[in-house]
Ligand binder design. Structure first.
Ligand code: HSE
Length: 304
């Protein structure tokens, strides 16, 4: 029996819509894989989902990712049983579906002793994300699987660059108990971007990457300003602007929406600041919430 863990992640990192993402230390999902008795892949248990996720492997994020890998290995008939243990809410903007997909491919790869690298597993995990959200955007699945901070250069076929993670970088994430579905949060976006916004935002994305290479947290904070997506999605998150202001006043380098929301993340220069910022953000939310404070997870998905 194999158990794999894959961490939550912050898609977009504010300025890089669909192209940047980072892995968190926790929370994360677990997938258990074992040899079964009937041919083919079966999902035998799902926990932590309040009964919302499908057992049919072809419609389940973890199932689809595992099936894509099995197809590649020529092992679709191999009897395999999967258990999916959700340890984080979905519709939270924490990359929950991506974590299940990442854990599934790592577990199945290990069970069949296929020996594929995390980078090779990425395209199969990305297929799982496609079913969950209706579009292919590997900005959660890539960091969840590989760890660290990832730039997605091309989504199909997926090509990524892993970026350096400054030593003193801390992340505070607050998840308010409201549900925002990625599918909906994408549907409300305007299809076009004014040229001047595009120019300014491109400069900040480039500056952000440069800041990571230099470990320059001041530049990182300066560049963490999204003028394209954040203003359009803010209204989906009750209290977003108050939360953002509270984070910045408490000393965050920058603050924005985690993935498609409703979670909000802040980057900070020390553990102490991240704890203070997390508390301030939680206080500013008008609704019940949970917070996670930690470093960027550079390990990615792993066998438990
Ligand atoms: N990058 C995608 C979005 C998924 O913002 O819609 C984020 O989790």
């Amino acid at each position: 029996v194999i158990t794999a863990f894959a961490p939550a992640s912050v898609g977009n990192i504010g300025i890089g819509f669909d192209i940047l993402g980072l892995a968190l230390e926790r929370p994360g999902d677990e997938v258990v894989a074992r040899h079964g008795s009937e041919p083919g892949l079966r999902i035998t248990a799902i926990t932590g989902d309040e009964g919302k996720l499908p057992y049919d492997a072809a419609s389940n994020t973890a199932g689809v990712a595992a099936l894509a890998l099995l197809l590649h290995l020529g092992a679709l008939d191999h009897p395999i049983e999967l258990e999916v243990h959700k340890k984080m809410p979905f519709g939270s903007g924490l990359g929950s579906s991506a974590a299940s997909a990442a854990a599934a491919v790592v577990a199945v790869d290990a069970l069949l002793e296929a020996g594929l690298s995390r980078a090779e597993l990425l395209r199969f995990a990305a297929e799982g994300e496609r079913v969950a959200t209706g579009s292919l955007h590997p900005d959660n699945v890539a960091p969840s699987l590989l760890g660290g901070i990832v730039l997605v250069l091309e989504k199909d076929p997926v090509r990524i660059e892993q970026l350096p993670v400054p030593d003193n970088l801390w992340v505070a994430v607050v998840y308010p108990h409201v549900e925002v579905l990625t599918r909906h949060a994408r549907a409300i976006l305007r299809p076009d971007v004014p040229r001047e916004s595009w120019v300014r935002q491109s400069a900040r994305v480039a500056g952000f990457v440069s800041a990571l290479y230099r470990g320059d947290l001041e530049l990182l904070g300066y560049c963490l300003h999204d003028e394209i997506i954040e203003p359009q999605r803010a209204e989906l998150i009750p209290g977003f602007w108050e939360v953002k202001n509270a984070a910045l006043r408490a000393g965050a380098l920058g603050c924005s929406i985690s993935g498609s929301g409703p979670s909000v993340f802040a980057l900070c220069g020390s553990r102490q600041t991240a704890e203070i910022v997390g508390t301030a953000m939680q206080g500013a939310f008008g609704v019940e919430s949970e917070r996670f404070v930690g470093k960027v997870n550079t390990r990615g998905a792993y066998l438990v």
